[in-house]
Write a protein that binds this ligand. Structure first.
Ligand SMILES: [Zn+2]
Length: 407
């Protein structure tokens, strides 16, 4: 008759709440207030989704081996390895590459650790492992104002990618990287002789606006400088920049260089990097020449600046009369023009910055420069991720076959 009228079962409760409602309300108040407080203070968010913590043992000159939270260590690596002013997606790509390299090397996860410092997973020597600087060092380096602006970007890049690493067919990769490729990255086997499936040569057109010296550098060496650095007699009038077409011509070119003190490029990679070169009686890998002369890359071309040109620059060393040959006269020099900066394998940092500016995110950047890889979460609780790249036999004894990023 009057379906709308429902007599209150408990008329003494004016709001029409049942006992069950009251109990629920009481519980909500009892539990809700402290819960709300916990949430508002950030305690719960901080605790709940935290992945398992990893400690990395870092050798720091002067301090010895320091055990450090992995993610905190990575902020210092990104700070040292990439300009903090780079786009955030590039910083994130750097963070994931750095995390991958570190995990790949950690002894607790089956890695080889730092060969120079037994007991350490990594060291902070940029010629050996990834570079690292402390927060204080970063502040001192960039100044307080820039520190306040830039440090949070580094922390953000690491935190936003927390626990993520690069995998190839489910295994951690050896995520090598370099500063700038000069337009095209390099196949691993053309630099270190080991074929690694995810370290393939790719175009890097986003490096178009890269400033020198990352994009290009010109160096000059006098005869005496070359002879001192390479330990051989050199005749600067004999330079062959063009590599022979066929392998059998290499020995011939090397014999020619040895007999005449000439310089002959013996082999170039598909991207144009010098793989082998003869300087007088020495036959060197491109990477050896790079180290001996302190060049930025092996993507180089050679020219002679003849003595007759006479555009001598002060302080270039040998002057007339210091040697017998005419190429020893003032002004004669080997002009070496390099493109890019670093070994050219894997991620190009300047390429990452260019891709980020073009709208790509860090996953796209990484999966472009590391062919066939995926950015995935690292599950530390499950079986430890094992290093992916089977080292070539010739390299297996050396835990660090790759020179780290030389910036
Ligand atoms: Zn080391």
């Amino acid at each position: 008759m009057q379906p709308r009228f429902v007599p209150p079962r408990f008329p003494h409760v004016p709001l029409g709440l049942s006992t069950r409602d009251l109990v629920a309300l009481g519980l909500a108040i009892l539990l809700g207030i402290p819960l709300g407080m916990l949430i508002s203070t950030g305690w719960l968010q901080h605790r709940a989704p935290q992945p398992a913590r990893l400690e990395v043992r870092v050798f720091i000159p002067g301090a010895g081996i320091v055990s450090m939270d992995l993610e905190r260590y990575l902020v210092g690596v990104v700070a040292a390895e990439m300009p903090a002013s780079f786009p955030v997606e590039a910083l994130k790509a750097q963070a994931v590459a750095a995390r991958t390299r570190t995990l790949h090397q950690m002894v607790a996860l089956g890695g080889s650790g730092c060969a120079l410092h037994p007991g350490a997973d990594v060291c902070t020597d940029p010629n050996h492992d990834q570079a690292w600087i402390s927060e204080d060092q970063f502040r001192a380096r960039v100044g307080l104002l820039a520190y306040v602006r830039l440090w949070p970007r580094l922390v953000q890049a690491v935190e936003a990618t927390s626990g993520q690493a690069l995998f190839f067919h489910g295994k951690l990769i050896d995520a090598v990287y370099h500063s700038a490729s000069g337009g095209q990255t390099e196949n691993s086997e053309d630099v270190w002789s080991e074929y690694v499936p995810y370290l393939r040569s790719v175009q890097s057109p986003w490096e178009a606006g890269v400033p020198p010296p990352y994009s290009r550098e010109v160096r000059e060496f006098t005869v005496s400088e070359l002879e001192q650095k390479l330990g051989v007699r050199v005749n600067l009038r004999l330079v062959r920049d063009q590599a022979p077409l066929f392998a059998w011509q290499r020995d011939e070119a090397a014999r020619w260089a040895a007999a005449n003190g000439g310089i002959a490029v013996l082999a170039r990679s598909r991207t144009g990097r010098v793989m082998e070169i003869a300087v007088g009686s020495r036959r060197l890998k491109g990477s050896e020449l790079r180290n001996l002369l302190g060049l930025r890359s092996t993507l180089l071309h050679l020219q002679i600046r003849p003595a007759a040109a006479g555009t001598s620059r002060g302080g270039l060393g040998s002057r007339a009369g210091t040697g017998a040959g005419t190429d020893r006269a003032a002004g004669a020099a080997l002009v070496v023009e390099t493109r890019g900066y670093g070994h050219g394998v894997g991620l190009s940092q300047w390429g990452a910055a260019g891709m980020a500016r073009a709208g790509f995110n860090y996953r796209q950047i990484l999966q472009y420069y590391y062919s066939g890889t995926l950015v995935q979460e690292v599950s530390v609780g499950s079986p430890a991720p094992s290093p992916a790249s089977p080292r070539a036999p010739g390299l297996s004894s050396a835990p660090h076959p790759y020179p780290s990023v030389i910036k």
